[in-house]
Design a protein around this ligand. Structure first.
Ligand code: SF4
Ligand code: SF4
Length: 316
């Protein structure tokens, strides 16, 4: 098993991992002395489904939501794109915090629902799917832990409505875990694949335009009924986006390709690669010619390069 992200020294996350049967003591309610303290200093990552719920709630597009209410971040070094809530201008509080509580309560994100429970997704090195366990977050300001109510984590999850959120985030979590388990041997993803991941996971309305585009439909064969559903239903489209990413980023075929278009695309890619290689060869010859003309010993210049060594030019 990979290690969970905790414990971190000084972290309020209790280092013990639990399963759903663990009983916790906790209650949060209006009138408690720490009301809103947790929403006054936020660090909340959003799932694709969180974004769909919130953009619908606010009546705006995913593109507008991302621009107005979020900041991008890298989940792991080497670039798994993530999205966090943007706090209030010049502050740390959530923009939906009101004196009476959360202004988007029915559509609040997964992380807000779980608190003070932390969800830990882990995977075996050789597996794609995750196993879930939980930890408890005990922060000094949170008086909910002193309240007398006791319930299991399973009951708490049900009360907070996280089951639906977890179910609909599963495909995304698998992608993230797959990306993490790919490790450094695969190397950092290209800018293009990071952009694709960001759009397909978080900007569902732009992804819809992409799926509607001529180029997409030339390459992927979509059943008309399925296309209609994807155009009309954000959640269906989101789940389709996870399948799409598994195919284009990890080669796991689940979408039918138009073979002719795929071959055409492959040929274009090969032609482009040949052009790049030809260009590199010309540059190399030009460089060597100039070195000879100027009488510079290549090794002495400190710029020695052998194509056999590979990898030093930065091109794939
Ligand atoms: S979305 Fe609601 S619950 Fe979550 S941090 Fe903001 S105000 Fe608090
Ligand atoms: S009890 Fe904890 S979760 Fe509830 S308002 Fe207070 S700090 Fe927030």
């Amino acid at each position: 098993m990979s290690k969970p992200d905790i414990p971190i020294p000084g972290s309020p996350v209790m280092p013990t991992m639990f399963d759903e049967s663990k009983e916790i003591q906790f209650s949060c309610h209006k009138g408690i002395g720490c009301w809103n303290a947790c929403c006054a200093n936020i660090d909340i990552s959003l799932t694709p489904y969180d974004i769909i719920r919130l953009k619908k709630r606010l009546g705006i597009s995913s593109t507008e939501f991302l621009r107005e209410y979020t900041v991008p971040y890298e989940m792991e070094k080497d670039g798994i794109a993530g999205v966090k809530f943007r706090p209030v201008e010049n502050g740390t509080a959530c923009r939906f915090m009101r004196p009476e509580g959360c202004a988007v309560y029915e559509d609040r994100p997964t992380a807000c629902r779980y608190y003070p429970v932390a969800l830990l997704s882990m995977r075996r090195q050789d597996e794609y799917t995750d196993t879930q366990s939980y930890a408890l977050v005990k922060e000094e300001h949170c008086k909910g832990h002193d309240e007398p109510r006791r319930l299991t984590i399973a009951e708490y999850r049900q009360e907070q409505g996280v089951e639906e959120y977890d179910e609909l985030a599963r495909g995304w979590r698998q992608l993230v875990l797959k990306k993490k388990s790919a490790g450094p041997a695969i190397g950092a993803p290209s800018l293009k694949s990071r952009q694709l991941f960001f759009m397909a996971c978080y900007d569902i309305d732009t992804f819809r335009d992409f799926v509607e585009s001529e180029a997409f439909n030339k390459l992927f064969k979509l059943d008309p009924e399925m296309r209609r559903m994807l155009m009309e239903d954000d959640v269906e489209l989101m789940q389709f986006s996870f399948r799409f990413l598994k195919q284009v980023l990890f080669g796991e075929k689940s979408l039918e390709l138009d073979e002719e278009a795929a071959q055409e695309r492959l040929k274009k890619w090969q032609a482009r690669q040949a052009e790049i290689e030809e260009e590199a060869r010309k540059q190399r010859e030009e460089y060597e010619r100039r070195m000879l003309e100027e009488g510079i010993d290549e090794d002495a210049s400190g710029l020695a390069y052998s194509p056999d060594e590979g990898g030093s030019c930065g091109k794939d």
